[in-house]
Write a protein that binds this ligand. Structure first.
Ligand SMILES: Nc1ncnc2c1ncn2[C@@H]1O[C@H](COP(=O)(O)OP(=O)(O)OP(=O)(O)O)[C@@H](O)[C@H]1O
Ligand SMILES: [Mg+2]
Length: 356
């Protein structure tokens, strides 16, 4: 597979502010990549740098093998889809779609045909004569995507395209975007701060924090083996529990400290005795059983049921979150036993947060 996008040693400074720090990222043709991370981590800056809307301060940026550092946006042959849609309000859907073709001198009849073809793929055929104000949010988003598709770009760049839509439509549109990507054999870079969106849509997820790529890989690689505490806490919902622990004399078990509960548990691999660690336990990897029957007992503070699953919060320090599928059996105020599968534990260095 050829590489469609290559960033090596990319840095971006806004005056004294260092927004992108030594970014190295290779995107193979046909891949769907998601950039995720908290607000302000540099996702949009990275995407805008790909589009040429920002100039990078150092490093190399290649698209389809060509160095793009000084190439203006319109010559990069990439299409950006924004959260705000950025449609022209005084133009019909058809005019919005054909605008980029018409300014390039494509004959009117040919542009109209292209618009009709794209509209058929994106379900807009019946809406070509309407104005943006006469469309729903989801339809507007589809126009924005169609306008990108009509140009046959080398890559699609999405900046939080679904954040203005309600929850149900978001779920629907994320499947639609992914299906379109597959059908068009496109290369897509998709910015979101929603890790569920990233995990479900992308082949490759890039987790950023403060201008740095913390980890990148397949969605389930990040879930199964997060490189550090930040990624571990960011990927997975509800978030992973972090509990302080000290490795015991034998190096094969550790004592976790939940305030009122101090418990020795086995670990899967040898760790240096006496080492202080942070133990990561995903809420879905902790089970609930009768008091005295589990690995240790905890008092229950809160029980929240969504119908399909139940979130249980134990009154420990730090609090422990447990997810049960279905209605669950725990009641607030009770003491229950919890079971911990030691093969599912994650260990991080207490200070650096790096995975052990
Ligand atoms: N033109 C600018 N001048 C100075 N600083 C900027 C500029 N644009 C962005 N920044 C800063 O760079 C950092 C990264 O911004 P960016 O917009 O890339 O974040 P983001 O990850 O997209 O966040 P969000 O999820 O909130 O959209 C932020 O701290 C922001 O304040
Ligand atoms: Mg942004």
């Amino acid at each position: 597979m050829t590489n469609q996008i290559e960033l090596s040693g990319v840095n971006k400074h806004y005056g004294a502010f260092h927004a992108l720090k030594n970014i190295n990222l290779t995107i193979a043709k046909g891949t769907f990549v998601a950039l995720v991370g908290p607000s302000g981590c540099g996702k949009s800056t990275l995407l805008r740098s790909l589009a040429g809307l920002e100039t990078i301060s150092e490093g190399e940026l290649k698209i389809a093998g060509e160095l793009m550092n000084n190439v203006p946006p319109r010559k990069r042959d990439v299409a950006m889809v924004f959260q705000s849609y950025a449609l022209y309000p005084h133009m019909t859907v058809e005019e919005n779609l054909t605008y980029s073709l018409r300014i390039r001198g494509v004959p009117k009849a040919e542009a109209k045909k292209a618009a009709e073809e794209v509209a058929a793929t994106t379900g807009l055929s019946q809406l070509l004569k309407r104005y943006p104000r006469q469309l729903s949010g989801g339809q507007r988003q589809r126009v924005a995507m169609s306008r990108a598709i009509i140009r046959h770009p080398k890559a699609f760049l999405f900046d939080e395209p679904l954040s203005n839509l309600d929850a149900a439509l978001r779920v629907h549109m994320r499947k639609e975007i992914r299906a379109l990507h597959d059908r068009l054999h496109a290369t897509s870079v998709y910015v979101t701060h929603d890790q569920i969106e990233a995990m479900t849509m992308a082949d490759h997820v890039v987790v950023m924090r403060e201008g740095v790529i913390e980890q990148q890989g397949k969605p389930l690689e990040l879930y199964d083996t997060p490189a550090n505490k930040f990624v571990a806490g960011f990927i997975g919902s509800p978030a992973m529990n972090f509990i302080p622990g000290v490795v015991a004399e034998d190096g094969k078990s550790l004592v976790i400290d939940l305030g009122s509960v101090k418990q020795k548990i086995a670990v899967d691999h040898q760790v240096q005795a006496g080492r202080k660690v942070t133990v990561g336990m995903r809420p879905e990897h902790i089970g609930i059983t009768a008091a005295g029957r589990g690995t240790f007992d905890v008092p229950i503070a809160v029980v929240e049921s969504t119908g399909s699953s139940t979130f249980v919060t134990a009154a420990t320090t730090p609090e422990l979150t447990i997810v049960e599928t279905g209605r669950g059996t725990a009641r607030a105020g009770e003491t229950v036993g919890v079971t911990v599968d030691h093969s599912q534990l994650h260990l991080f260095d207490e200070n650096s947060g790096v995975r052990l």
